[in-house]
Ligand binder design. Sequence first.
Ligand code: NAD
Ligand code: APR
Length: 231
Amino acid sequence: MSTPKRIVVLTGAGISAESGINTFRDNGGLWENQRLEDVATPEAFERDPELVQRFYNGRRAQLAKVKPNPAHIALAEFEKEFAGDFLLVTQNVDHLHHEAGSKNLIHMHGELKKSRCLTTGKIHGQQADIDATSLCACCGTASLRPHIVWFGEMPLYMDEIYQALEQCDLFISIGTSGNVYPAAGFVEVANSVNAKTVEINLEPSRGADTFQEALHGPASVKVAEFLSTIS
Ligand code: NAD
Ligand code: APR
């Protein structure tokens, strides 16, 4: 393909699957064993903060054991060499893109390792478990919540993301089922500015037919394979 100048990549749970983190909607996915309404909404946190904190502390514990896989690494290495603009937007709340070395990185659904003060809005980098009685370092009250975008909340950095999408000439979506908006609509924005749009996923996603090109198979293989075609 001709060399693109401005690339936006969107990743979802599928890119971290081969690192050992469960996806949400595949067989055995997180939302199979846990109703998302019970743990991933502001109402759930109001109703039962202990249950919600326990759920995210469990996910944090799982993160301590995982490492970036060849797909995360291929994206970070590509970014290092690429001469144009490169933005990686992830829906994932793990730290694997960061650990692989990606630099221009947006966590649009928050980050599991961080917590946020409900009183001041300050974000704390936090590795240890938090629970509903943990005291916040900035205001000394029990007002910490996971720094995660829950269903019904506004994803983060949307202005920056749309600005990059409106200027990109290549959009690549990796390991996302295309069920959750606004991320599932990014391909339409890229199509509207005549960018090339490519899906890399284990199987066709819900919006597969809106992409111009699709590579179906494991991200650990297909991501490097596709990036190597960009001169
Ligand atoms: P949503 O997809 O409508 O929107 C997600 C969030 O993004 C909302 O908070 C909205 O305010 C915000 N948003 C929308 N457009 C935006 C924009 N242009 N800029 C900034 N922010 C914007 O709602 P949702 O509740 O997150 O649901 C997403 C999908 O998840 C649903 O379509 C459904 O497929 C799935 N879902 C499944 C279940 C379930 O399986 N039980 C439950 C809830 C949702
Ligand atoms: N390589 C490539 N794709 C894979 C792999 C793999 N090894 N394993 C699974 N997949 C694909 C699946 O086929 C599926 O289409 O990854 C996709 C994962 O989809 P979801 O589990 O729905 O995850 P995602 O799209 O990231 O979910 C979006 O939903 O619950 C919310 O906030 C949460 O950010 C999350 C959002």
